[in-house]
Ligand binder design. Structure first.
Ligand code: DC
Length: 219
């Protein structure tokens, strides 16, 4: 069994940035479970399957072969043999992943993949249900959150830096909707595990969050 650090929290709280940095420092592998859900969502979009049609999505799940590999320590998401890492960060995939990740068949498909990685390696795994469902016995559990306004502003700045223009209010609305979907779904909703330590990054920069979590891990 590897040493397992679970980081859960809502979209835009900074989980992946922080987890990547810490994984590098500690020599652990970083497992981005959201990317796996995004890979399945991309499969459905390409297959022309409506993400809201649970029966159709569930029937197609066995055809969506998602796996991961590491290149220079960076996780790549592989969909039926194709590296789709560069295609899963669009708003369309985000929305579809939030919808399809609520389905039992989708979650069941990824559960073993995630548990096997944690059993075989020292990992920092981020997602929504890592501390509650996937790795209930994780050595360290963090719930990383930030206000909606702050998460929307970070996303806005990120998109602006990429030269994309979006309305801040629309981004904020999308985040609220995704939070609602992720937190109220029946299976594995996003919530803080009872034994997780909550870190609110609203007023913190990346270095401060990394330092705070490093301290929790080293306790
Ligand atoms: O972290 P992310 O934004 O890349 O995740 C994409 C979607 O997948 C998000 O709407 C929530 C869902 N997800 C999940 O349900 N469980 C996880 N462990 C990780 C992500």
């Amino acid at each position: 069994m590897g040493f397992n650090v679970a980081i859960d929290g809502p979209a835009g709280a900074g989980k992946s940035t922080i987890a990547k940095r810490l994984a590098k420092e500690l020599g652990f592998i970083y497992v981005d479970t959201g990317a796996m859900y995004r890979g399945i969502a991309l499969y459905m979009i390409r297959a022309g399957i409506d993400s809201h049609d649970e029966a159709a999505v569930s029937a197609a799940v066995p055809d969506a072969g998602v796996s991961i590999k590491y290149e220079d320590g960076v996780q790549k998401i592989i969909l039926n043999g194709e590296d789709v890492s560069g295609l899963i960060r669009t708003e369309e995939v985000s929305a579809a992943a939030s919808t399809t990740s609520a389905y039992k068949a989708v979650r069941a498909r990824l559960l073993d993949l995630q548990r096997d990685l944690a059993a075989e390696n020292d990992v920092i795994m981020d997602g929504r249900d890592i501390g509650t469902t996937i790795l209930p016995d994780a050595d360290v559990k963090i719930y990383l959150t930030a206000s909606v306004e702050c998460r929307a502003k970070r996303r806005y700045d990120e998109l602006t830096a990429k030269g994309e223009s979006h309305e801040l209010s629309k981004i904020e609305e999308d985040i609220r909707q995704r939070d609602h979907q992720d937190m109220t779904r029946e299976i594995s909703p996003l919530k803080k595990a009872d034994d997780a330590v909550e870190v609110d990054s609203s007023e913190m920069n990346i270095d401060e969050v990394v330092a705070a979590i490093r301290e929790i891990i080293n306790k």
